[in-house]
Design a protein. Structure first.
Ligand code: BGC
Length: 704
């Protein structure tokens, strides 16, 4: 790549005028980093659109980037928590805020198209893109995903403060059987219908304009060849009128990697005929070959003109929705809120509501500001660790591109003054394994324990995504666990802060820690959010959006079945024993649930009937706090073996000390449906439990 990055106008001219390229993506990924300031983006986008405007068609280019937790490729933008953290907030308005601010700042950079949100389910914790998901539950993903799309797109006509969303990666990409990126998934039709498709369908209902296709394969069929999913389901059944885009070079990969197509040319035909409307052929000169081959395919009748016209119409429709024909570039001076305090406050709130208190023995937290504090650990002083991948660069590892936001260590210093700080270990990723190195200062830290009241130990993982993030084991790196093991010998109370995109196994160090705080990848405001929770300025209210595994080899989800509980060692139903359960999260106050009641005992299986559930929650502690109240259903017996719990509703509320609120939810027939043996959605008569926290009640579903 050329450094500094400049547009080669001869190549741009050739691409637009000779090859009629209609879309451009991304940024270069080189040693100087791809992050541009707004001035630079202005010159890039204006140049591109000038060439497009002066081409024979005059059709504007649609430019896209991965602005997945803020305008990640524009310097001084506002960075939110990655999706896994956002989901832990259980707060739909914060998800919408993330969408709005990201859209605003992406558009402020002249870019109208965002490759986000990820709606793949996070049910494979070792997968390198787990952090990009909204967690393991379909309902939470559906609701959060739709809120993000609303934030990105605004209304039906997208104005210059909003962008087109791109739902990805349609569909099943997040469940590779091996846990490694872009490897085969095996997904039964029922699981596809019940878990993987609904978040996409919901976002399409919200008007999402574009969809990116799964780079892997499901049941032997590569995402890019799956006509059933792309054309029959997405376009025909759901009525999606926007366009689908391939993932990186995936037309080519049908030949080179999936080996379902004996030539690149055949791969192009397969993908377009399956319903992919735009090819992400990101490199020069490969795209030229693609253009030539596609023309040949049309001339030979292997791809019909109708299919091409359909794809073109869809792409033009999205460009029209974005108003690109009237206004291909934006008025850069009208974005006075870019990187503003107002935006930062929203990102801070999202981070503060996502951080999850997993353990707090004897209420060691919040800490007293006068305590003598030691901060140690490789994620304590790193903005890269707080932000994760897709931040300033693809893998997000380089510290040098970050703005001046405080790390955890710095935020603690800002709060209480000078502290002792040690690295403890050095993060390192080699040949796909996290082989952290010992740090010289661990000994000094152990010696210093006697002069300190508490050690805040910040562990985690280096940012990574896609194939570079494939790892061999979920175990927290040995050298990092060693920090806690060594410190604990001195008897100093340990507060473990996890800064991680996937749940690393910590079953040996959790018992040595008095408190555990899960920060996820909270973004630029994460340092402040963690510090404010440690010192009690903020009362934590995040709840895990996934089941935190205790063992590397046991990955179970909250919606497991009775048969998964039997333990051959105890002959009890106690096999489900995660480190922490889905939706676990403590507060500095306490909540009491009471008065669960149903307005009737029978629900009729038609579209109109509903049962109203009410429940009261009282803040029984001494400080104001937020609580996400969740309603689960358990179908007692069903033709298809039922899961023990299924989330069907939630609401996050705020309560003052002693305050009591009564919430109501409604249950309808559709909430009780499953995908039956005959491959149709159905409900069955019978009894069900409503579960809210530790309260339970039953009702019956009856046919009319
Ligand atoms: C990723 C997508 C991303 C695209 C463009 C691909 O490798 O799988 O999620 O949007 O690159 O950067």
């Amino acid at each position: 790549m050329i450094v500094p990055h400049i547009i080669d106008t001869a190549k741009l001219n050739e691409a637009i005028n000779k090859y009629k390229i209609g879309s451009i993506l991304n940024v270069a990924n080189g040693p100087e980093g791809p992050t541009f300031n707004r001035e630079k983006w202005k010159s890039v986008i204006n140049t591109v659109q000038d060439y497009a405007a002066n081409s024979s068609s005059g059709i504007p280019v649609i430019y896209g980037v991965d602005a997945i937790h803020g305008a990640t490729y524009t310097s001084n933008s506002t960075l939110f928590p990655q999706e896994i953290g956002l989901a832990a907030s259980w707060n739909l308005s914060l998800a919408k805020n993330m969408g709005e601010v990201t859209a605003y700042e992406t558009r402020a950079s002249g870019i109208p198209w965002n490759f986000s949100p990820v709606l793949d389910l996070g049910r494979t914790p070792i997968w390198s893109r787990f952090f990009e998901t909204l967690g393991e539950d379909v309902y939470l993903t559906k609701k959060m995903g739709a809120a993000i799309v609303e934030g990105y797109q605004g209304g039906s006509k997208i104005d210059e403060k909003h962008v087109a969303a791109c739902l990805k990666h349609y569909v099943g990409y997040g469940s590779p059987r091996s846990g490694r990126d872009r490897t085969p998934a095996l997904i039964p039709q029922r699981t596809m219908e019940e878990l993987h498709l609904p978040p996409f369908e919901e976002a399409i209902k919200k008007g999402a304009l574009t969809v990116m296709i799964n780079s892997g394969e499901v049941n032997g069929i590569p995402g890019h060849k799956n006509k059933y999913l792309i054309t029959d389901v997405l376009k025909n059944k759901w009525g999606f009128a926007g366009f689908t885009v391939s993932d990186w070079e995936d037309f080519i990969m049908l030949h080179k990697v999936a080996q379902t197509d004996s030539s690149v040319k055949q791969g192009i035909a397969s993908a377009i005929n399956a319903g992919v409307d735009m090819s992400m052929v990101p490199n020069n000169p490969e795209y030229k070959k693609y253009c030539k081959l596609l023309i040949e395919l049309v001339n030979e009748g292997a791809v019909s003109k109708d299919r091409i016209n359909d794809a073109v119409r869809r792409i033009l429709r999205v460009k029209h929705h974005l108003n690109l024909f009237e206004q291909p570039t934006v008025n850069y001076s009208s974005y006075t809120d870019f990187g503003s305090k107002k935006h930062i406050a929203k990102a801070y709130r999202a981070a503060a509501e996502s951080v999850t208190l997993l353990k707090n023995t004897d209420n060691i937290l919040p800490l007293n500001k006068n305590a003598r504090i030691m901060v140690i650990g490789p994620s304590a002083n790193s903005l890269s660790c707080l932000n994760g991948a897709w931040t300033h660069t693809w893998q997000g590892v380089e510290e040098k591109y970050h703005n001046n936001h405080p790390t955890i260590k710095e935020a603690i210093e800002n709060e209480i003054g000078e502290i002792s700080y040690f690295k403890g270990s050095i993060m390192s990723m080699e040949n796909g394994d996290e082989v952290d190195l010992p740090s010289q200062d661990l000994k000094a830290a152990v010696n210093a324990c006697k002069n300190h009241d508490v050690a805040i130990v910040c562990l985690g993982e280096l940012p990574s995504t896609e194939r570079p993030g494939d790892i061999y084991s979920l175990d927290m790196a040995l050298e990092q666990r060693n920090i806690i093991k060594q410190l604990s010998k001195t008897g100093i109370p340990i507060v473990l802060v996890l800064v991680e995109g996937r749940p690393k196994i910590i079953n040996d160090i959790e018992p040595l820690s008095a408190a555990v705080l899960q920060a996820y990848l909270p973004g630029d405001q994460g340092g402040r959010a963690v510090s404010d929770i440690l010192f009690g300025k903020v009362n934590p209210s995040g709840k895990l959006p996934y089941t935190y595994p205790r063992h590397n080899g046991v990955v179970m989800h909250y919606d497991h079945k009775q048969s998964e509980l039997i333990n051959g060692n105890t002959w009890q139903n106690d096999f489900f024993n995660p480190q922490w359960e889905f939706a676990h999260g403590l507060s500095y106050t306490t909540f009491e649930y009471s008065e669960l009641s149903l307005n009737k005992k029978n629900l009729y299986s038609n579209d109109k009937d509903s049962i109203v559930v009410s429940v009261s929650i009282t803040n029984t502690g001494k400080r104001e706090g937020k609580e996400s109240v969740q309603l689960y259903i358990n179908d007692h017996y069903a033709t298809i073996s039922p899961s023990l719990k299924k989330l069907i509703a939630f609401d996050k509320i705020s309560l003052l000390p002693s305050e009591k609120k009564t919430l109501t939810f409604s249950i309808r027939n559709e909430d009780l449906m499953f995908y039956g043996a005959d491959n149709t959605w159905q409900s069955e008569e019978g009894s069900f439990s409503v579960i809210i926290k530790d309260l339970k009640s039953t009702f019956n579903l009856k046919n009319d």
